[in-house]
Structures are given as C-alpha cells and as structure tokens.
Design a protein. Structure first.
Lengths: 409, 83
C-alpha cells in the first residue's frame, strides 16, 4: 500500500500574520496586509506603489553568526517559517540529522537586496575590492534550500524548487513524492520571497501590477473582480513538515492534516500567457493521484493573482474540472502575491481552514468579472467543516501545480 | 597610519564583522582558534582590509596570519609598500 503523508508542523511569515493563530484570525476577519510604498517613488517609470510586507520581526533571532552570515532576507524569512514548523513537529536534532529527513524549498530568486549590492558594485565600478564572499550565498538561486539545510544540519536529500510562483507548491509536491517513494521519512518543505522593488518592476514592465489603487491600499488586489487591475507583490515564507503517517504516529507527532494528492505539469505553450488547458491538467492529475472526484473537494484555494487573463483562465479551468458548485477564493486579496512563498503560505491557510472549520473569502470581490466562470466565489468568511481542500498555483514558464489536503481525522 | 591606528582599525573591523567584543580581541588572539573565524571569514576579512589598504590582497603573497598581531604587521607592511 502507498505510504500516506501527513503534515506535522507548519510555520509562516506573511503580511497578515507571523504565527498560525495570527494568520487564522486575520483570514477569518478578512484583514488586508497591503500598504503603500512611498520609497518606490525613486524608481523611474515604476507605476505601482502597493506591496504586502511582513510585519517587523526579529528574523535574526538566536541563530549563530556562521548560520546567519550567508542569509539574505529571503532566507531569513524561510528560516523563521521553518524553525516554527520543525518546533511544532518536534523534529529534534537526531531526526533532523538522521539522513532520513530531507528538505525541498524554493523562491523566485535569491536575495534581491544582496544581488543589488553585489551587482551595484561590480557592474558600475568593475572592482571586486568591496565585495564580500557571502553576497553570492545570499543571492544564489538555491539560497533558501542551502541555508536551511545548513541551519538544521540536514543530511537527507535537499531539493531546490525555484519555479517562480510555484516554488512553494512544487517544494511540497517534491517532499510528498519523496516520502511516498520511501526516499525520506520527513521533509521540510516550503517557499519564500523578500520584498524588493525588483520584483515589482518585473511585473510592472508587463503591465501586470495594480496601479489604480495606489492611494487606497486596502482596495487592491481584487481577484476575480471586474474592477481588478493587476497583482500586488508581497513577501513572506511558508514551511511545512511532511512526514510518513506511520513515522509520525510512532513518535506521537501532532498531525495537522494530510497531503492527499499532487499534480504538476506544464502548459507547453507560452512563457507568460496562462493556459486553461494546462491548469485543468494539473487539477485532474491531483484528483487522480488522490483517487478523488470533483465532488470530494469542499473548497478551492485559488491562485487568483488579480491579473486580467490569469483569473479568467483559472476560473474556466476550475469550472471545467470541479463544476460551479465548489466554494472558491483567492487569499491573495488579503496577502498580495507572495510569489515564491504563495504555494506554501496558501497550503498552510488550507490547513488552518481544515483545522479550525471555516472558509476564507475573496477580499474586495464586489462584482465578478463576467468573463470569469460563474463559480461559487466565497464573499464572506463561512463557518464550515471542510474535509478536503484543493490548493492551485501557476507560474511563469507555464508551470502548474495542484495540491489536495485532507483534514487530520 | 601608525601601528596603533592600524590596530584600532583591525580590532574595529574584526569586532564589527564577526560579532566579537573589542575587549576580547588581543594582539595574541589566534584568529581561528580564539576568535572562531573560518575560511569564509578569512576571505571577508581580506575584503574588509581592502578599505584600509586600498587594494585587493593576493593570498599567494600573504604570510601565514595566525594572530591579530600578524594581521596588524601585515597591514603595516602593505601600507608602507604602497606608500
């Protein structure tokens, strides 16, 4: 029989909370984590001034100097979430270093602040003199995976899943598959990203950022709403400890939920233009992997970034696979788009809804865009007892993921 | 720059970069054993010394630096060589 995979720990740093309980309360209350970024006035031609930032947090904690020196903000956020997750799971040093615990983690890129410093000096002064050898360790693509592995002295497999907005969800998928295949007993999985004007600029150049609400940060982003005008970049980190059910039971670990299925595929179509067909494919793969059908899904946590084309394609794909009955919401209306972190943060949100018995709503969804499928969009927080939730995420490159989580019982 | 001034700069940069208290950095302190530096730290120490000497240091020409006094003597030599 196939090994079952449960979640025994979770931790996050998000614009709406830095602990599970804080995030759950904010989700229920429909709080917005979006603020204005007056500092971005200095970036010529940048149109958006909105972002979701993680509230002030002592990210450096009590980590020793030799663990900290190679971490930029993105890795520090990842460390915050991962330490919380491993503590909750009760993974002690013996388990972490056993060789049977691995790690899968991703981000859209390494630390942009470290890259800015390094390239600022190297590309304008053409001189190595003031550069530090640790700058690279902060901005390299797999900085989160490498630094977390170092932090926990992990000796099992370490996988970097840097695939932009599916970095976090692909990490969970990779961890789940490693455990199903028996290659690991536990996997620390997640995604992270740090707020920097570079990520805002990337989407701004493609006219994908929200710009009409710069003076009203609580009005945007508006996933699926007719008046949406683009995404709001944000930062954060989410980490989950995945574990073989038998392994978790044997050591009496707390069980937060179960990974029932995972699907990932590629559109094979276009680098940035979304594909309804590709999205459908990922959801169908996840259902098949879980051995479930559409009516088994009680809620969909949508990717819903509030871009024009993305929301339409996703709603049509969701309707085609799951029908129009299933409640659906994008929590990006509250957090903004945490990019490499969103797959992990939103998976944690799903687990909180399963744990606490509620369904989060679409913030600022007033009039559904008539071009979007007529789904059961959640308008205000619902008290409910969901048993299975699907979490979908999609990334540049045509990468799609769909994860299905089940309640702990 | 006098030797005392070089000492102050070296102690300051070691303290700032490697989370050390200036009081615990003595001339005879061994970099690796007493101050807990490692190979990455050594590279960063050289990067910081650039701000004192004004040029990047060629590790091939660096004598074996064991203690804080060795670093001070080395910087003194570099400065007099390029003066």
């Amino acid at each position: 029989m196939r090994r079952r995979v449960v979640i025994t720990g979770a931790g996050l740093a998000s614009p709406i909370g830095v602990t599970l309980d804080e995030a759950a309360a904010a989700l229920r209350a429909g709080v917005s984590g979006i603020r204005t970024m007056p500092d971005w006035d200095r970036i010529g031609e940048l149109r958006t001034r909105l972002a979701g930032a993680v509230p002030e947090l002592d990210l450096r904690r009590d980590h020793p100097r030799k663990k900290l020196r190679s971490m930029g903000r993105v890795a520090l956020l990842a460390a915050h979430a991962s330490v919380e997750a491993t503590r909750m799971a009760g993974l002690d040093d013996a388990l972490l270093t056993s060789g049977r615990t691995g790690l899968a983690f991703g981000s859209t890129s390494g630390s942009s602040a470290a890259l800015e410093r390094f390239c600022g000096i190297l590309f304008t002064r053409y001189n190595l003199g003031e550069l530090s050898s640790t700058d690279y360790l902060k901005f390299m693509a797999h900085t989160c995976a490498a630094n977390l592995a170092h932090l926990f002295a992990v000796r099992g497999r370490v996988i970097s899943t840097c695939s932009a907005c599916t970095s976090g969800s692909q990490a969970i998928g990779a961890g789940y598959e490693a455990i199903v295949l028996g290659r690991a007993d536990a996997m620390i999985c997640g995604g992270a990203d740090e707020l920097h004007f570079a990520s805002a600029a990337t989407f701004d150049l493609m006219y994908a950022t929200s710009t009409r609400y710069n003076d009203r940060p609580d009005q945007s982003p508006r996933p699926f709403d007719a008046a949406r005008d683009g995404l709001v970049v944000a930062e954060g980190a989410g980490a989950l400890v995945l574990e073989a059910l038998e392994h978790a039971k044997a050591r009496g670990a707390p069980i937060l939920g179960e990974v029932l299925g995972y699907g990932t595929n590629c559109d094979g179509h276009h680098l940035t233009s979304p594909s309804e067909q590709g999205m459908r494919g990922a959801m169908e793969l996840a259902l098949a992997d879980a051995g479930l059908t559409a009516r088994d899904i009680d809620y969909v946590s949508a990717h819903g970034t509030a871009t024009d084309k993305g929301d339409i394609a996703e709603s049509l794909a969701t309707a085609a696979v799951l029908g129009e009955r299933v409640p659906i919401a994008s929590t990006k209306g509250q957090t903004g788009h945490t990019l490499g972190a969103c797959g992990a943060i939103e998976s944690i949100f799903c687990l909180l809804m399963l744990r606490d018995g509620f369904l989060a709503a679409n913030r600022k969804l007033e009039d559904v865009d008539p071009r979007c499928a007529p789904l059961n969009y959640v308008r205000e927080t619902l008290e409910a007892a969901p048993r299975r939730i699907m979490n979908n995420n999609f990334a540049f490159g045509g990468v799609n993921t769909s994860l299905i989580f089940g309640r702990a019982d | 720059m006098t030797r005392a001034e070089i000492r102050d700069r070296v102690v300051e940069l070691l303290a700032r970069n490697f989370q050390l208290q200036p009081g615990e950095i003595r001339g005879g302190s061994r970099l690796f054993e007493d101050l807990d530096l490692d190979s990455i730290d050594a590279v960063d120490m050289f990067a910081e010394l650039f701000t004192v000497t004004g040029h990047r240091i060629d590790p091939e020409t660096v004598p074996h630096l064991r203690t804080v006094d060795d670093v001070i003597t080395f910087v003194e030599g570099e400065l007099s060589r390029t003066a």
